[in-house]
Design a protein around this ligand. Sequence first.
Ligand SMILES: *Cc1c(COP(=O)(O)O)cnc(C)c1O
Length: 357
Amino acid sequence: MKPAPRLVIDLDKIRHNARTLVERLSRRGISVTGVTKATLGSAKIAAAFLEAGVKRLGDSRIENIEAMHLAQVSASTTLIRSPMLSQVERVVRHADVSCNTEIEVIRKLSFEARKANRTHGVILMVELGDLREGIMPDDLMSYVQETTNLPNIVFKGIGTNLACRSGVSPDGKNMAILSELADSIEATLDLKVEIISGGNSANLEWALSGAEIGRINDLRLGEAILLGCETLHRQAIDGLHTDAITLCAEVIEAKVKPSMPLGTIAQNASGDVPPVADRGLVTQAILAVGQQDVDPSGLQAPDGMDVMGASSDHLILESERFELTVGTEVIFQLNYGALVRAMTSPFVAKVMEPALA
Ligand SMILES: *Cc1c(COP(=O)(O)O)cnc(C)c1O
């Protein structure tokens, strides 16, 4: 018997998605940093990324980078979230490069790198309108100046991140600002800006549109590789698999029940007062998976089945078309939030396919 619930991770499909994006972007002069943060530092998924031609690996958590490092994944690694001051020592030891926005952190990276007799690369992130992380463009030059003067620190380049907090779309205008910043750093400080990282999966639409790419030479891609979709409209990307990772869960109760609850309605387990409607008798199944395992709102059930609700350990499905008997397994597609939660839940098994990969 296979364990349930389980994530079924098809490494061939992930490799195909990564290779397709690497090839399409390389024609535009852009390399790919493969973002592993949704994979809990899986060395096998990282290996699939690298076999497909991603140039380096990026992760938001030093714990994941440590895991890959210990599993001897050999690739340059970038911490793509600003290091916590409390983790700088670990960052210097395990990551080759980190994305930064605070000079105090970069000074501490320098201090710890010197102590450890290592060099550490720094990418400075620039705020271009999404209002998450980033140095204001007018302040960038002084950050570059101080960074380049710090011992055991190598200034690697600049980057930006859009469409994460506010949904700001990458376009010719904001990307041109990043290119111009790279040019003016080189002109003012007589140095080379090696990496100009335009953004995440939300940049694919712009990067592959035939637009003038300017100096952008790197994208940091996670969701597009793992789930096969772009992230501005969550549309499938042509030629990519959208089912490289699926969730399989098992039915533990199947009964015909009234759709209308009996009794006085107050809050449910999630603190909501659910709307009720009498739809007569329905065929409902309970699956042994819940909020502890996955974000139920990010699950897509097979055609003909509907997710009706979930609590910490139970998911309610309705289907008139399919007979969901006890023991039946149901396969769901996941969005990124559901994927991250399932990947980090100790209750969800991770099964790699092909099994011998
Ligand atoms: C998560 C993240 C990415 C990757 O985003 P995807 O949408 O998964 O491609 C890139 N850069 C930063 C800074 C991130 O936090």
